[in-house]
Design a protein around this ligand. Structure first.
Ligand code: AMP
Length: 294
């Protein structure tokens, strides 16, 4: 595995690989790797000839009062894990390589960026994500890029950028990887002390409780959200948000009459955590065909 720091080095490596007909896979990350990241790398390894992982703690997606300086960083450990996962290139640039003097462009996806985490953290968050991901696509020009469902709203924002700007990249979304007790893996889980680590399991349990209400036949948002809120409350968690929204447009839903995203964000101990479940509506049977065939 090669560790590259500059854009020209990455471009040269990609040009050479592409010359040989290689399909390029990109996994954008902020490092502090866990099994969630590794699942994306494995998917990229299986689906591409050359696997590029970017490791960049992107300052523009952090707010003034967020954890940019505290964010866990361990490049040597990350490099060893990436190499073991079969990664070919680890692109670990300095902030000045990505944001040189005079950098002035900002990509804002209206609507999708303004709700849920966009409302909690501010629109700058998804602007930072959209802008850096677009830059990474420009640098690496991947055939396929891999993202985790853990950051469901990020996936929707990136997909919209790709569609609106006609970027020639296929987006693959990998399922949420969880600890044995259901806690979604996150680089921020290292902030949890033992008590908070136990408390944090309530996020997934709350989403499970909401999903169970839906699966039992009650599609009303009020019922689903109140079941989830009860579990959070029982664990002493007051969520930053707990919402049910259209899984594609993120418009609020009063009933789950289409695929829905049940999403939560909460401060637990020293960590701000997010998690989500998708509630899927079965395809309605096609009555016309049934009648025509009868
Ligand atoms: P991050 O380093 O937190 O920016 O995450 C890099 C990528 O890994 C993003 O596409 C995340 O959605 C994905 N990811 C993070 N945690 C998980 C997880 N528990 N399961 C699946 N993917 C994840």
């Amino acid at each position: 595995m090669r560790i590259l720091r500059t854009i020209p080095e990455v471009r040269a490596a990609i040009r050479e690989a592409r010359g040989g007909g290689a399909m390029i896979g990109l996994v954008p990350t902020m490092g502090a790797f866990h099994d969630g990241h590794l699942s994306l790398m494995r998917a990229a390894r299986a689906g591409s000839d050359l696997v590029v992982v970017s490791l960049f703690v992107n300052p523009t997606q952090f707010g003034a009062n967020e954890d940019l300086t505290a964010y866990p960083r361990d490049e040597a450990r990350d490099a060893a894990l990436a190499e073991a996962a079969g990664v070919d290139i680890l692109f670990a640039p300095a902030p000045s390589e990505i944001y040189p003097e005079g950098f002035a462009t900002n990509i804002h996806v209206a609507g999708l960026s303004d709700v849920l985490d966009g409302a909690s953290r501010g629109a700058h968050h998804f602007d930072g994500v959209a802008t850096v991901v677009t830059k990474l696509f420009g640098i690496v020009r991947p055939d396929t890029a891999y993202f985790g469902q853990k950051d469901a709203q990020q996936v929707l924002v990136v997909r919209r950028v790709v569609r609106d700007l006609d970027l020639d990249v296929r987006i693959v979304v990998c399922p949420i990887v969880r600890e044995a007790d259901g806690l979604a893996m996150s680089s921020r889980n290292v902030y949890l002390d033992p008590a908070a680590r136990v408390q944090a399991t309530a996020l997934n349990r709350a989403l499970d409780a909401g999903a169970a209400v839906f699966e039992a036949g009650d599609a009303a948002a009020g019922s689903i959200l109140s079941a989830a809120r009860d579990v959070l409350g029982g664990a002493g968690i007051d969520p930053e948000y707990l919402e049910l929204r259209d899984a594609e447009t993120l418009r609020p839903l009063a009933r789950v009459d289409r695929d829905a995203l049940l999403a939560v964000a909460a401060h637990v101990g020293a960590a701000r955590l997010i998690d989500n479940h998708v509630l899927r509506v079965a395809e309605a049977p096609n009555d016309t065909e049934t009648e025509a065939g009868a």
